[in-house]
Design a protein around this ligand. Sequence first.
Ligand code: ADP
Ligand code: MG
Length: 694
Amino acid sequence: MNLETSIEYVKGIGPEKAKLIKNVLGISTVEDLLDFYPLRYLDKSKVHKISQLKNVSTDVQLKGKITSIQEIQTGKIKRLSAKFNDDTGSMDLVWFQYSKWLKEQIPVNKEIYIFGKINVFNNQFSMPHPEIEVEEKKESDNRLRPIYPSSEKLTKRGLNQKFFQTVLKNICKEIPNLIEENMPEYMMKHFKFLSRQHTYLNIHFPKDIEHFEKANYRLKFEESFFFQLGYALKKLHHKTQSHGNPFPIVGDFFTGFYANNLPFDLTGAQKRVLKEIRQDMKKPIQMNRLLQGDVGSGKTMVALLTMLIAMDNGFQSCMMAPTEILAQQHYNGIKDLLIGTDINVRLLTGSTKASERKIIHEQLENGELSILIGTHAVLEDKVKFKNLGLAIIDEQHRFGVAQRAKLWAKNKIPPHILVMTATPIPRTLAMSFYSDLDVSVIDEMPVGRKPIITAHRREKDRAYVYNFCREEIQKGRQVYFVYPLIEESETLDYKNLMVGLENVMDNFPKYNVTMLHGKMKPDEKDAAMSYFASGKAEIMVATTVIEVGVNVPNASVMVIESAERFGLSQLHQLRGRVGRGAEQSYCILMTSDKLSSDSRTRIKTMTETNDGFKISEVDMKLRGPGDILGTQQSGVVDFKRLDLIEDSAIIKLTKKTVDKILENDPLLTRADNQLIKNYYLRYYRGKNKWSKIS
Ligand code: ADP
Ligand code: MG
């Protein structure tokens, strides 16, 4: 038997059961089975008495008899209830979901053991969905017993807990021949790991809780360690092997702009980040940098200055945004900033007219066009550059890997890549999934910004909220009303939006109201945006299309309707549309009276902090890491044991460990690192391709 052996040949399985196990659990080799970890363990060394039960959260074991079973119907819901007695008292066993088969399996008037969690209601104990065991126990069974993930489909065909326990017991006997060490002696000593063989033994049949904990720790550590190692090796490889165009010069474009056009002093953070970018671009190695900065922290200016450095070195730049509105806005903003210079900037989106498109294509190819701003349209094959030296991607989580890769190919020597995101990535996630990138953080807001005041209001406060908005408008400010738009209920949502629009128009008869939503044509959107941006409309009613990047500094109130329907990062992004000028700004979260506990947490978080990083941490706890990384990267978080939220300490420790090892031995050539290297090559190479930004 070796790790690749098909489970068909494992004692007690055979071809038929192997097929079933493969179909239901996706397990086909001995190795898969070893990695089929128990969900939990039963402590079979103790038998509790009903009269002495306390309200405990762990599983308990009881010994006694079932004396009767009955089906109970409440409304449409049926449940199965059994009376269980031991020599000290009686309690109910309950099944909320069950089949006829299960009902027939329940042994009546037989001496049995039951295991499970205890529920207490009105001082009465009950046990939902207990595990039942009929046989008399042997002394040797008094260990923590593994409970494997299962399903009725398997149990029905005899593949019950006992079956898996026996099969794994058989495999565990072979562990000395199957499992090789993958950590060097110096790590074993330093971290006091269990050996790998003992780890597997104790994850399936723990000697005691301490041994389980140690095994569990080692498996988590291993998972995180090799994952990090992959990223670190990739980054190292990139730094030593890849080519890039060096930008050694800071010339007239940059310094001229800096002296004459810069409308404000850069913040310390903006300066620091620019320096980091400059250091990267000086080298003949492609830059691969992630720029994180909360909404409103001034990433656009950093982007522009970076593009000017590219120009100083004779290269073209392109900047890509996820939506037309945003691309248009970047274009307008950058055009404004460049007034008085003769720098050629153009905008390319899906709705660019053919005549303009033709000019853009020509000028890109002959080098007359220095800066191209656009949407996905810039990725089309027809768009060819003379010498693209820098590509900036705004709001990277909206672009897929394949799209980014297309940018790479736009120049023979790949352009430097700067990816900007306003969605702060929790530290442990960044460590796990972006650790092949260099990261710069703008952690400082431009001076004079007042923190946005956020309030939670309900329907009964509506008149008050409207009044408040009127006061702000009278002071010369502008107001957003945002309605949720969630795809599953699009029609309904549009109806809500229209009703909302009417409602706002009725309540603000003296003011101009404009509307923006995703179904409008690009030129209609433009018109609506500029109507608001120019101040002609005091109020904008919109869907989340304004979520990303829209910049109207005079707007000071953001009213979010049905705020309970938005996710945290969305709420934070929306809030970021105000507070962009010097005025005190407000975000008002309107909700219904009844809130789920998650919604309450979201609203509370919003009212308590403006800090995007804190918000992203809470968001990750609520939604899980997979959702935070976005659908583009779904599937990346199927670690077997590692939990990106709970195990942040392990993630940090493994990152540190990996960095230290590679610092001394970047190619893993040292004799004592061969175990690591061999294991990595066998199991992990090629698996870490997800975050590859470019
Ligand atoms: P984001 O990081 O969200 O993309 P922007 O680049 O849109 O932020 O900047 C938000 C606003 O702050 C813009 O109006 C911009 O002109 C302004 N801004 C950027 N940097 C500074 C600064 N150093 N001082 C004052 N205002 C700034
Ligand atoms: Mg921006």
